[in-house]
Write a protein that binds this ligand. Structure first.
Ligand SMILES: [Mn+2]
Length: 250
């Protein structure tokens, strides 16, 4: 695995390309361009898309620019790893083989330079989220996917757009952020006690790093308000915000 390692999550690329969305994607592609120059490895820790459903012979056209940019990044020698989130679970061979270097349906653990990493999208971890856990089981079940696949793509994407439009924004109060962080602590503690050094997750749309003992829990933020990413240079893992090619500030 080539250094540096870059980690991002919760891009939620949209099905309705507005002017805002185009600007947002432009910033992301400038970041990709930066990575193609520094080289290294990119990990996308879930919710890359707002909705992605791949059919045997059909892929969504909305993400055309993204496909092109990611292939360019790979051509520059950067391997792209994609840990699926709850918004992009329904991938087939286009995502797994053509577009990404590697796709993970579950959490992914690896070690590099004496550090152990755990990458998890992070959905379904909160103690009060039992309703979501049930829903997760349902929408990932083969029978649900089998049924959805039989809808005409126009209808399948119409439903997804309606759900996407009606979803609230991801603005969190400090109180809410702390509540999440506290609830994730037992999970993080257990992993960190069992030899993991760094836990990276997404899903919660907050950009936080928490030192726990000698380890670290990083919530990767998103690409709406934060444009955040974590970087591991071989020594340490740091959470940063992307500003522009020439101006990287934390
Ligand atoms: Mn998510």
């Amino acid at each position: 695995m080539k250094l540096p390692l870059y980690f991002i999550s919760d891009l939620h690329l949209r099905l309705n390309p507005s002017e805002d969305e185009m600007q947002r994607q432009k910033r992301l592609f400038l970041f990709f361009n930066h990575i193609s120059k520094t080289k290294g490895t990119l990990f996308i820790v879930g919710d890359l898309f707002d909705f992605y459903f791949e059919y045997k012979d059909v892929i969504p056209k909305y993400y055309f620019h993204f496909y092109s940019e990611i292939l360019q990044l790979r051509k520059s020698g950067v391997n792209t790893h994609f840990i699926l989130g709850n918004h992009d679970f329904w991938v087939l061979d286009f995502m797994k083989k053509t577009l990404m270097y590697k796709v993970y349906e579950k959490d992914f653990e690896f070690s590099l330079n004496g550090k152990s990493f755990l990458l998890t999208h992070g959905d379904g971890l909160l103690s009060w989220d039992w309703g979501y856990r049930l829903m997760k089981k349902l929408i990932r079940s083969p029978i649900f996917v089998w049924f959805y696949r039989f809808l005409h793509p126009n209808l399948g994407y119409w439903i997804a757009k309606k759900i996407s439009e009606n979803r609230g924004h991801y603005i969190h109060s400090d109180e809410h952020n702390n509540k999440i962080l506290n609830d994730l602590k037992p999970f993080a503690n257990e992993k960190l006690e069992n030899g993991i050094d760094y836990i990276l997750c997404g899903h919660y749309h907050q950009a936080t790093e928490k030192q726990i003992g000698s380890g670290k829990l990083v919530i990767l933020g998103d690409w709406f308000t934060f444009d955040s990413y974590a970087i591991f240079d071989g020594e340490d893992l740091v959470l940063k915000r992307w500003k522009s090619i020439d101006n990287l500030t934390s």
